[in-house]
Design a protein around this ligand. Structure first.
Ligand SMILES: *Cc1c(COP(=O)(O)O)cnc(C)c1O
Length: 360
């Protein structure tokens, strides 16, 4: 009794990938980024597995960090965007959350806070992405104030973030490294630059702390094949099953809007997975799926609860046969490409309806 649709999360693969990230940058400490529900994989389960290995975790906001504390995660947690309101500073200090500081208002909040102990501050430098962070003049202005404040712990870190590290032949990453280091080297603090793409493709960006996200979940963010992805194992497997099979004639259509028509007598299998589960509605006819481990393709529109697949060329397909939407043998990046998006988005938009099963 159950709809066959579920997400399988391989926690052993997660740990393998974390260790691979560490191996690629042996002189850096690697924090595990588990924001956005661990990129859709279940934040508490992933953080619980990772905290035995990672010296620190990272999330996007204090709500995520507090949920981790409530679940018994005891490692330091970096808030990648720092505080959103001033009252978060005291909570961060008490809970051992590290604060990214990237704008003047956040500096003021730290200087004015009543804290039980000094808070660890990461100063975010805008080295060219122009989304968050201080320019070099602002760093000169605010760093001395933070340094002098009794609210700020001594172990400050200087950090930046890359715009295009996934593009392995885009020299902008090198420019950002130079820009950042010019500012950061005036201050004798540890540095943090690299996200997954930079860990994998830009060794010159390996700092004292690296921030690994997407790669932990077992896929490469890079735009080209690269040896640095050889050690990654996919963590998320999206599974469902065949719930109906039918034969249709030449010229007959499949699904909403009759968007796809058979060019030959065809066998159509219906799979219990749709955009209500987070499968992308944009996945066009031709998007690959694995039916009984064999490649087949979506035909017609993705609907809320189902997709339709052309299984004409496969050996007999039956109700109950397993279908893998992505996982080992079918890379999420390939599916994302057919849907006009990236693996990051597909992972994070899986919905609550889909049960998660964990394997260790
Ligand atoms: C999300 C995030 C990361 C992790 O990026 P990946 O590409 O998933 O490795 C690193 N640093 C910051 C500031 C982030 O927001």
């Amino acid at each position: 009794m159950a709809r066959p649709s579920h997400m399988l999360v391989d926690l052993a693969a997660l740990i393998n990938n974390y260790q691979w990230a560490c191996q690629l940058a042996p002189h850096a400490q690697t924090m595990a980024v588990v924001k956005a529900n661990a990129y859709g994989h279940g934040m508490v389960a992933c953080a619980t597995a990772l905290q035995a290995y990672a010296p620190a975790l990272a999330v996007a906001c204090i709500e995520e960090a507090l949920a981790l504390r409530e679940a018994g995660i005891h490692k330091p947690i970096l808030l990648l965007e720092g505080t959103f309101t001033a009252d978060e500073v005291a909570v961060a200090a008490a809970q051992d959350f590290w604060l990214m500081v990237e704008n003047p208002k956040q500096v003021q909040a730290i200087l004015n806070a009543q804290v039980c102990k000094p808070v660890t501050v990461w100063i975010k430098v805008d080295s060219g992405m122009h989304r968050l962070g201080f320019n070099p003049q602002q760093v000169q202005a605010y760093y001395p104030q933070l340094l002098a404040s009794p609210n700020v712990a001594e172990d400050m870190v200087f950090a930046t973030h890359f715009a295009s590290a996934d593009e392995t032949s885009n020299n902008f990453t090198r420019l950002q490294v130079q820009q950042f280091m010019t500012t950061a080297k005036r201050f004798k603090h540890p540095v943090s630059l690299a996200n997954s793409a930079a860990i994998m493709a830009w060794p010159e960006a390996h700092g004292d702390w690296n921030r690994a996200g997407f790669m932990l979940y077992g896929n490469s963010p890079l735009d080209t094949d690269h040896a640095s992805s050889d050690g990654l194992l996919p963590v998320m497997q999206l599974w469902s099953g065949i719930i109906s099979v039918r034969q249709i004639d030449v010229g007959e259509s499949v699904g909403y809007g009759q968007q796809w028509r058979a060019q030959r007598p065809s066998v159509i299998a219906t799979v219990a997975m749709g955009y209500g589960d987070g499968y992308p509605r944009n996945a066009a006819s031709g998007t690959p799926v694995l039916v009984n481990g064999q490649r087949a393709h979506i035909v017609g529109r993705v609907s809320m609860d189902m997709i339709t697949v052309d299984v004409t060329d496969l050996n007999e397909t039956q109700i109950g046969d397993p279908v893998c939407l992505w996982g080992p043998g079918l890379n999420i990046n390939e599916v994302a490409h057919h849907a006009g998006t990236i693996g990051y988005e597909l992972m994070t938009r899986i919905t609550q309806r889909l049960p998660i099963r964990y394997t260790h």
